[in-house]
Write a protein that binds this ligand. Structure first.
Ligand SMILES: NC(=O)C1=CN([C@@H]2O[C@H](COP(=O)(O)OP(=O)(O)OC[C@H]3O[C@@H](n4cnc5c(N)ncnc54)[C@H](OP(=O)(O)O)[C@@H]3O)[C@@H](O)[C@H]2O)C=CC1
Ligand SMILES: N[C@@H](CCO)C(=O)O
Length: 428
């Protein structure tokens, strides 16, 4: 008879409790699919006496996650505490060094210490799995690392922070300002304890850095991600973008260019009719383009108890079945250090500005753009009651450098009444 696979779970919050519940209510299915029982030996969290809505009295308790990670009766350490450093990293390292397999949902830890931990897992011949770390319930790590392993990946992009997509789509549907929806999302508990991780684009950038490593065979380079959050997005931009056939998304894009690896996480305009443009609420979407497969689109819940626990359980099942894969798709030592692309590939841009409504104002803006080598594709001026004329311009493809040159020159014309807003339009 086969031996059970014994778990030690550190972290009994949203995800940890979801995993405990799944181990219980899917026990028979898991046993059939894995060919062995999945059992929980021990658990750990910050506070022992807390009602977690699930009975954990039959599991051993450890105050210290490192002690949990190295217990003799634990085969797989399941790290669900969070945080790039501290107990999560210490316990993960201890588990690998003690010969345990590790499953984690911790994108912050992998984005910062992915290379080190991958090396440690390999040295110890153990698995380090992290499906839940990117896009919650969407099996994107499996898709990239396994199903698409025969492809050269050309581009990975997506909406990978549900909270930001909720805020942006709610602003549009309810006609509310960023500040109003931010407060609402915070009150509903949709935002991380430090909301800047969500709205500042950092959480999504962690996820993008992990996907890049897997997609391009490079070392995880979180510091190489250009990050801009959604705080700059105004309700006017959402309305104007919609008027011109676009929607604004916090979009992550990673691609290998002739100039190096480009990784960007920033609010962008995407065509409203595209799959990304139609994404509503807290849902996530990852778009992968491969040499032979073409484009594939994965969509689903990026967070929450059930979807995230589902991804963690998928990893646990693979370990129970004996599947062993390199952490980032190839041996850690062979992951390349890609040069960072100094500038993003050219793209059209959306520009919103307010101009003094006087003769020659628009001509000055057109001249500034022309001088920077930027061609205007579409332009609109809206009706207005005061001296400030709202003007929208969509450019032909240009570089961010040329655009920055034009933006600086616009300030000097004396016709713009406030700093123009510039958002990239991504072809998806
Ligand atoms: N929530 C989600 O939808 C998703 C989460 N993730 C990731 O999953 C991980 C867990 O997230 P989530 O469940 O939401 O987090 P929670 O904040 O809900 O839970 C964190 C758990 O970790 C425990 N914990 C925190 N610090 C320590 C410590 N020093 N020692 C022992 N235990 C500790 C907490 O204990 P106590 O309960 O006693 O305070 C709590 O049980 C994170 O890495 C997160 O980024 C990934 C995808 C989606
Ligand atoms: N804060 C994250 C949770 C899942 O990683 C989000 O909103 O998508």
């Amino acid at each position: 008879m086969s031996t059970p696979l014994r778990l030690g779970i550190a972290g009994l919050g949203t995800v940890g409790v979801g995993v405990v519940k799944m181990v219980r209510h899917q026990a028979a299915l898991l046993q059939n699919r894995c060919g062995r029982e999945i059992a929980i030996s021990a658990v750990s969290a910050r506070t022992r006496d807390k009602d977690r809505g699930v009975n954990i009295s039959s599991y051993a308790w450890e105050d210290d996650p490192v002690a949990l990670a190295t217990r003799d009766d634990v085969d797989v350490f399941v790290e669900l505490m969070g945080g790039s450093d501290g107990p999560a990293k210490a316990a993960t390292e201890a588990a690998l060094a003690a010969g345990k397999d590790v499953v984690t949902a911790n994108k912050a830890m992998l984005a910062v210490h992915g290379q080190l931990l991958a090396g440690l897992a390999e040295e110890n011949g153990r698995a380090l799995r992290y499906e839940a770390a990117v896009a919650g319930g969407i099996p994107v790590i499996k898709a990239l690392g396994e199903g698409l392993a025969g492809n050269e990946i050309t581009r990975v992009m997506g909406v990978m922070n549900g909270s930001c997509n909720y805020i942006l789509t709610r602003m549009e549907s309810a006609g509310l300002t960023y500040e109003e929806v931010f407060d609402e999302a915070n009150a509903l508990g949709y935002l991380e304890a430090d909301p800047e991780l969500d709205v500042g684009g950092i959480d999504a950038a962690h996820k993008l850095a992990i996907l890049s490593a897997l997609a391009f065979g490079t070392r995880v380079d979180f510091d190489g991600v250009e990050i801009e959050g959604i705080g700059c997005v105004k309700i006017e931009d959402i309305r104007h973008a919609a008027d011109m056939g676009y929607r604004i998304k916090l979009l992550g894009v990673a691609q290998m260019t002739g100039r190096g690896l480009e990784q960007r996480m920033a609010p962008c305009l995407v065509p409203a009719h595209s799959p990304l443009g139609q994404l509503e609420g807290g849902t996530n979407m990852v778009v992968i383009e491969g040499s032979d497969v073409g484009q594939i689109v994965l969509r689903g819940a990026g967070a929450g108890e059930g979807p995230t626990a589902s991804a963690v359980m998928g990893d646990i099942c693979d370990i129970a079945r004996g599947l062993r894969l390199p952490v980032f798709g190839q041996p850690a030592a062979t992951l390349a250090t890609a040069p960072r692309a100094s500038a993003a590939v050219p793209a059209p841009y959306y520009l919103r500005m307010a101009l003094h409504d006087k003769p020659g104002a628009l001509a000055k803006i057109a001249t500034v753009l022309g001088d920077a080598g930027i061609s205007i594709h579409r332009m609109r001026q809206y009706d207005h009651a005061d001296d400030q004329a709202p003007v929208l311009i969509v450019t032909h493809k240009t570089t961010r450098g040329a655009l920055d040159q034009a933006l600086a020159a616009m300030d000097a014309t004396g016709v713009v009444t406030e700093s123009p807003v510039a958002l990239r339009i991504e072809s998806v």
